[in-house]
Design a protein. Structure first.
Lengths: 182, 293, 370
C-alpha cells in the first residue's frame, strides 16, 4: 500500500530532517520501501520549506508526491498553500498555535478531512525547554496518529539522525509528541 | 653540413643532459629570452641541490609554456592559463614532487590570473617561473596585461591605453611566500632567486622580464635583441633603491630584486596533516595502482 | 544507509578508489563535495575547494597524473566552464570522473530544480571530435553503483567519464546497500622500461598503460596533437587523423561492452518508452499502470546515454510500432533515437521542462492519444 506524506512549514523548523527521519525509520528500521524528497528555495532561513515521503511495501517507482494521504502543516502559510492537494478523507495534522483554523473549516468539511492537532512547538518549548525540537515532537505525533512507521523504528531513526549527545533530549521530545492527545 | 661541423667542435652545453635532444631544435626565435630563463633555471636547480629526477614541469599555452616540452622530465603542457590549477592537483596528489610551472604574462596574468592569485593565497609549494615579455608572442604580438601604457601591439595599433599589472607586487599581495623579479640580463641574480624559490616550501614566483624582439621589439623601436637588452640594463633599478624613489621617477623603470621571502605554512602539508589526523596514515600516493587501500 | 543520491555518488567514489576531489560549490551538486570534504581525509585522500570549475577540472587532471583516482562534481554552469579541460582530458587520455547534477537551464536557470538539458553538452560540449562516456542513474543505489562503474570505465579506457544525474535523483533519499566488496579496475604500470615505453600507443583497448609522474618515465603530456611518444606533431594531417580516430575508436570499438540498457516488458510491447535518469521513475510507473489498463507498454531504460546504445534502440524499434522518448528537456536524446530508428518505428517525444518530473497520468494520457 503506497502512502504519501507531506510535511510543510517554514525554513529553520527542521521540516526536512523530520522527513529524513520518517523515511529512514520506514526503510532501514521497518524494512519497507521509502523515498524522501524535498523542495527548497534560495532562502537559508524563513521562506517555505517542505519535504515529502512515499512509503510503500512495494517498490516505489514514482518518487514524488502530488496528492498526499497525510499533510502535516507547521505554519499557516504552508497549510493554505498545500491544503488543496490533500486527498479527500485525508489526514491533516496541524500545530494549532501556528494556524488559524477558521480559514480551513469549509474545506475540511467539504472534503471530509480528518484533522488532528499536535501542539508541537508549545510542547517543545515548555516540556523539553528547546523550541528547535518541535520537529521531533511532531514526528511523535505523526507516528501515533498515522502508524505509517513503528514506534521502535521512529526512535531508532531519531537516534541515528540527530547530533551525538542530543539523543536523549530528542527521544524525550519524540515521546512527548507521541503522547499528545489530539 | 657545415653547420653540423661547427656544432660538433663546440663543447656541449653542460645542461644539455637535461634536455630532450630528440626534440631539438626548439621553436624559439633567435634572441628570445626563453633560453636564458631555462639556462638560469638549471643553474638555480643545481645550486639548490634539487634532484632533477624529482622535478615535474607544468605549463599552459604560449611561447614560454613550450619550455617543459624540451626538458627531459615528466611534464604537463596544459590548456591556456590553467597550468597552476593542474600543478595544484599534481602537487596535492604527490607532495613529494618538485613541481615547477613555466608560464608567461598572458598565460599567468590574463586568462590564468585567478589561478595565480589563489595558488599564492594557498601558499602551495609550486615554483612558478613567469617569463614576462609584455606581449603575446605565439599568436603574433598582441598586447598583454603587462604591456606598458603607450606600447604598441597588433591589437594596440595606437598604443596601449590601460594600466599594466605589476606581477611581482600582485603575487606579494595575494600571499606568495617567495617573490622576485629580474630581467634576462640578470643571469646570476636570477639563478640565485630560482635556487631560493625551489628551496622555499611554499608558493614561489620568479618573474623574468624578458625580451621578445620579434613582436615587442619590432613594434616598439627596439628592433634587435641587443637594443632590448640595453633597455633592460638602462631601466632596471634594484628594489632597495627604488623603495626610496617616488612614483614619477619610477615611470618606465623595471624594479628588480626580491619582493618577499617570508615562509609560512604550506598547503599540501596541511592537507597531509589532516589525513594523518583523521585516519592515522599519511596521504596516499599513487593509489590508483593499488589493489587495497 | 538512507542517503541522498549526491551522497551516494561520494560513497561510490570512495569505494572505487577515488582519493582526490577538487570542486567548486554549485547547487544542486554541492552535497557531493561536502560529503567528500568530510570523508576523504578518513581514507588518506585529499579534498580541495578550487577558485572555479575550470581550476577544479585542471586540478583533478593534475592529480590523476600524480597517480590518484580523481573526481569533481558540478551542475550546468560549472559543466560549461569545464568543457575546455574535458577536451584536454580526452586528448591526453586522463582518467577522471565528473558528476553533473543537472538543473534547469540555460544560464543560471533554475538552480534548485531538475532538468536533463546537458545531454548534448556532455556529448559535444568541448571542441572537436571525441567520444564521451556518460552514465545516468535513476535511483540512489544507481548513483552509488554507476559512480563505481564510471571509475572502472575511466581507468579501463583512460577517458573522462561523466555521471549525468539530475536534481531529483541527486537530492532524493533512498535506502542503499553498500556491498563489502566491489569490482575495482586499478591502473597498471607498463611492462616496458622507460626508454622503450610509448605512453600514447594503442594496445588492445585502444590505449596504453598510464604511468604516473615521478617514476622516471619522463613523459610529456600535451593537449597538442601528439605522436605515440607524446611529442607534439601539429602539422601532419596523418598524425592528427591517427590520434583522433584512435581516441574515438577506443570507445566506439568497445561500445557493446560499455553500453548498458534495461528492458522491461519489451518482448510483446506495442509501445516502448525510452528514458534515462529521473524520468525512468515515471516511466516505470506508467508501464505498470498502462499494462493494467490493457495497453501493451514496454520500457527501455538507458543507463549509458553515451556512447548511445544504437543496436539496443534499433532492437526496440523492431519490436514495437511506437517509440516514446520521455525526457526533461525540449528533445535531446530523441534525436539519437530518430537517427537510429526512424525507418523502423514511429518516434514520439514526451518532453517536460520547468523542473518537475513527468506525472504518470500526463504520460499515460499522451500515450492513449497515439
Amino acid at each position: 500500500m503506497r502512502k504519501e506524506v507531506r510535511i510543510a512549514g517554514f525554513g529553520g523548523q527542521g521540516v526536512i530532517l523530520a522527513g529524513i527521519i520518517i523515511g529512514r525509520a520506514a526503510s532501514i528500521y521497518d524494512g519497507i520501501n521509502a523515498v524522501q524528497t524535498q523542495s527548497y528555495g534560495p532562502e537559508a532561513r524563513g521562506g517555505a520549506s517542505r519535504t515529502e515521503i512515499v512509503i510503500s511495501d512495494e517498490e516505489i517507482s514514482y518518487p514524488k508526491v502530488s496528492n498526499p494521504d497525510i499533510l502535516v502543516a507547521m505554519s499557516h502559510e504552508a497549510l493554505i498553500k498545500y491544503l488543496d492537494d490533500l486527498k479527500d478523507e485525508g489526514i491533516l495534522i496541524i500545530d494549532p498555535d501556528l494556524i488559524n483554523e477558521e480559514d480551513i473549516e469549509d474545506f475540511v468539511k467539504e472534503h471530509e478531512i480528518k484533522v488532528y492537532r499536535a501542539r508541537a512547538t508549545k510542547t517543545a518549548t515548555e516540556e523539553i525547554g528547546l523550541r528547535i525540537v518541535a520537529n521531533i515532537v511532531m514526528i511523535g505525533a505523526i507516528t501515533n496518529i498515522t502508524k505509517i512507521i513503528s514506534l521502535d523504528a521512529a526512535k531508532d531513526a531519531i537516534v541515528a539522525s540527530v547530533p551525538k549527545g542530543t539523543e536523549e533530549k530528542n527521544i524525550k521530545a519524540f515521546e512527548a509528541g507521541y503522547a499528545l492527545n489530539s | 653540413m657545415s653547420n653540423d661541423k661547427v656544432t660538433t667542435q663546440r663543447s656541449e652545453n653542460p645542461f644539455m643532459k637535461y634536455l630532450r635532444k630528440d626534440r631539438l631544435p626548439h621553436i624559439f626565435c633567435a634572441g628570445c629570452g626563453n633560453g636564458t630563463a631555462l639556462n638560469t633555471f638549471f643553474r638555480g636547480m643545481e645550486a639548490a641541490k634539487i634532484d632533477f629526477d624529482n622535478i615535474a614541469m607544468v605549463s599552459g599555452i604560449g611561447c614560454s609554456s613550450r619550455i617543459p616540452g624540451y626538458v627531459k622530465c615528466d611534464s604537463l603542457h596544459t590548456a591556456h592559463g590553467r597550468a597552476i590549477s593542474f600543478a595544484t592537483g599534481l602537487k596535492m596528489g604527490n607532495p613529494n614532487l618538485d613541481v615547477v610551472v613555466f608560464t608567461g604574462d598572458g598565460d599567468a596574468a590574463a586568462i590564468g590570473g585567478n589561478h595565480l592569485i589563489h595558488a599564492a593565497r594557498r601558499n602551495i609549494n609550486l615554483t612558478v617561473i613567469c617569463i614576462n615579455n609584455n606581449i603575446y608572442g605565439m599568436t603574433g604580438g598582441q598586447i598583454s596585461p603587462t604591456s606598458p601604457k603607450g606600447s604598441f601591439g597588433s591589437t594596440a595599433p595606437y598604443g596601449s591605453i590601460d594600466k599594466p599589472f605589476d606581477l611581482a607586487e600582485l603575487v606579494v599581495a595575494a600571499g606568495g611566500s617567495y617573490v622576485s623579479r629580474w630581467t634576462a640580463i640578470h643571469g646570476l641574480q636570477l639563478a640565485n632567486s630560482i635556487k631560493k624559490a625551489l628551496n622555499n616550501n611554499g608558493f614561489s614566483f620568479v618573474e623574468v622580464v624578458s625580451q621578445c624582439p620579434t613582436y615587442f621589439g619590432r613594434r616598439n623601436k627596439l628592433r634587435t635583441p641587443v637594443e632590448m637588452i640595453k633597455a633592460f640594463k638602462e631601466n632596471s633599478i634594484v628594489k632597495k633603491k627604488a623603495d626610496k624613489m617616488d612614483q614619477e621617477e619610477l615611470i618606465g623603470k623595471i624594479i628588480v630584486g626580491e619582493f618577499v621571502n617570508n615562509p609560512r605554512p604550506e598547503f599540501s602539508e596541511n592537507i597531509c596533516k589532516l589525513s594523518e589526523e583523521k585516519c592515522g596514515k599519511v596521504q596516499l600516493v599513487k593509489s590508483a595502482y593499488l589493489n587495497e587501500f | 544507509m538512507f542517503i541522498q543520491g549526491n551522497e551516494a555518488c561520494a560513497r561510490g567514489a570512495i569505494k572505487a578508489g577515488c582519493r582526490f576531489f577538487a570542486g567548486y560549490p554549485i547547487t544542486p551538486s554541492t552535497e557531493v563535495a561536502e560529503e567528500l570534504a568530510r570523508i576523504l581525509p578518513n581514507y588518506g585522500g585529499s579534498f580541495v575547494q578550487m577558485e572555479d570549475e575550470i581550476a577544479a577540472l585542471g586540478a583533478i587532471i593534475g592529480a590523476s597524473w600524480s597517480g590518484l583516482k580523481v573526481m569533481t562534481s558540478t551542475s550546468g554552469p560549472g559543466f560549461s566552464l569545464m568543457q575546455e579541460n574535458i577536451g584536454y582530458g580526452q586528448i591526453t587520455e586522463t582518467p577522471l570522473v565528473i558528476i553533473n547534477v543537472q538543473r534547469g537551464s540555460p544560464s543560471t536557470g533554475q538552480p534548485t530544480m531538475a532538468a536533463q538539458g546537458d545531454m548534448m553538452q556532455a556529448r559535444w560540449g568541448s571542441h572537436g571530435d571525441y567520444e564521451p562516456i556518460a552514465l545516468s542513474p535513476s535511483s540512489v543505489q544507481e548513483c552509488f553503483d554507476f559512480t563505481i562503474k564510471a571509475f572502472n570505465l575511466s581507468e579501463k579506457y583512460r577517458v573522462p567519464v561523466i555521471i549525468l544525474t539530475d536534481e531529483i535523483i541527486g537530492h532524493m533519499r533512498e535506502k542503499i546497500t553498500i556491498p563489502d566488496e566491489v569490482k575495482v579496475t586499478k591502473r597498471e604500470m607498463p611492462q616496458e622500461k622507460p626508454e622503450d615505453f610509448l605512453p600514447f600507443k594503442a594496445d588492445e583497448n585502444g590505449t596504453s598503460p598510464m604511468v604516473p609522474f615521478g617514476e622516471g618515465y619522463n613523459i610529456h603530456v600535451t593537449g597538442l596533437t601528439h605522436d605515440e611518444r607524446g611529442y607534439p606533431d601539429t602539422s601532419s594531417p596523418k598524425a592528427h587523423s591517427k590520434l583522433v580516430k584512435r581516441l574515438c575508436n577506443k570507445v566506439l570499438n568497445n561500445r557493446e561492452s560499455i553500453v548498458s540498457v534495461e528492458e522491461e516488458f519489451c518482448d510483446d510491447a506495442d509501445i516502448i518508452l525510452i528514458s534515462y535518469g529521473a524520468p525512468y521513475r515515471s516511466v516505470s510507473a506508467v508501464v505498470k499502470k498502462g499494462r493494467s489498463e490493457g495497453i501493451n507498454l514496454g520500457s527501455l531504460k538507458i543507463n549509458t546515454p553515451w556512447p548511445f546504445p544504437e543496436s539496443q534502440v534499433l532492437k526496440a524499434a523492431e519490436k514495437a510500432k511506437d517509440l516514446v522518448v520521455v525526457e526533461m528537456n525540449l528533445g535531446q536524446m530523441v534525436h539519437e533515437v530518430e537517427s537510429v530508428a526512424r525507418d523502423k518505428a514511429n518516434i514520439h517525444l514526451i518532453s517536460k521542462i520547468g523542473g518537475e518530473l513527468h506525472k504518470v497520468e500526463d504520460i499515460l494520457s499522451k500515450i492513449r492519444e497515439l
